[in-house]
Design a protein around this ligand. Structure first.
Ligand code: SAH
Length: 213
């Protein structure tokens, strides 16, 4: 077996399962996606470690547990349409794609978007990557069964809710009091929405505008 496959399996067995991740599709996807390809060469030996890592441009690839937790809470079904805000390295988008989702991902930093898009294509993940300010969502692709924001937001942007299908779910790390951030799951229902709060966490911030190179 390739050594990275072993490292990925160990990551799942030691970081995800003991912390309560049980959705088989999430665990399987995270055993299969080569996370070491999504981190810069100098961090390759740390790719399967229990932490976030720098990916350049002042941004980070999320900790494996956080990727698993947010993905599991979205409770998606194969073939669902998912929008990600904050492509970064492309790892989260690749995990969703590996699970059989139809993924559109938006990134405001052109360099990151281009790198992630090329890598996912090379690895065979069919993810549509857009360079844009993800605060507006992606109206043309709506409605989405799931929207996942992978940067810390100070509020739920209205398009993130309006672009959800009925029964769809929004997962977003939201700033709460005391300088903390917390995972918010907003379920769109026929009449309105239902909110549930989960882990405290730390993400890079949602920022306005686009950075072209
Ligand atoms: N999901 C990523 C983690 C990326 S970190 C991964 O798996 O690697 C968060 C990313 O959100 C950064 O790349 C940052 O540039 C991006 N981001 C921040 N504000 C944004 C916005 N308004 N629109 C789109 N992307 C944004």
């Amino acid at each position: 077996m390739d050594s990275w496959l072993q490292a990925a399996a160990e990551m799942v067995d030691s970081q995800l399962v003991p912390r309560g991740i049980i959705q088989v599709s999430v665990l399987e996807a995270m055993r299969s996606v080569p996370r070491h390809r999504f981190v810069p060469d100098e961090y390759r030996t740390l790719a399967y470690s229990d932490c976030a890592l720098p990916i350049g441009n002042g941004q980070t690839i999320s900790q494996p547990y956080m990727v698993a937790r947010m993905t599991e809470l979205l409770d998606l079904n194969q073939g669902d349409r998912v929008l990600e805000v904050g492509t970064g390295s492309g790892y989260q988008a690749a995990v969703l794609s590996e699970m059989g989702m139809k993924v559109v991902s938006i990134e405001r930093i052109a360099q990151l978007a281009q790198r992630a898009s090329a890598l996912m294509e090379e690895l065979g993940y069919h993810v549509q990557v857009l360079i844009d300010d993800g605060r507006s969502g992606y109206e043309k692709g709506a409605p989405f069964n799931g929207i996942i924001v992978t940067a810390a937001a100070s509020r739920v942007e209205p398009p993130w809710f309006s672009q959800l299908a009925d029964g769809g779910r929004l997962m977003v790390p939201l700033r709460v009091s005391g300088g903390m951030e917390r995972l918010l799951l907003r379920n769109r229902t026929g009449k309105g929405y239902l909110d549930s709060w989960f882990d405290y966490c730390q993400f890079v911030p949602v920022l306005p505008g686009v950075v072209e190179d």
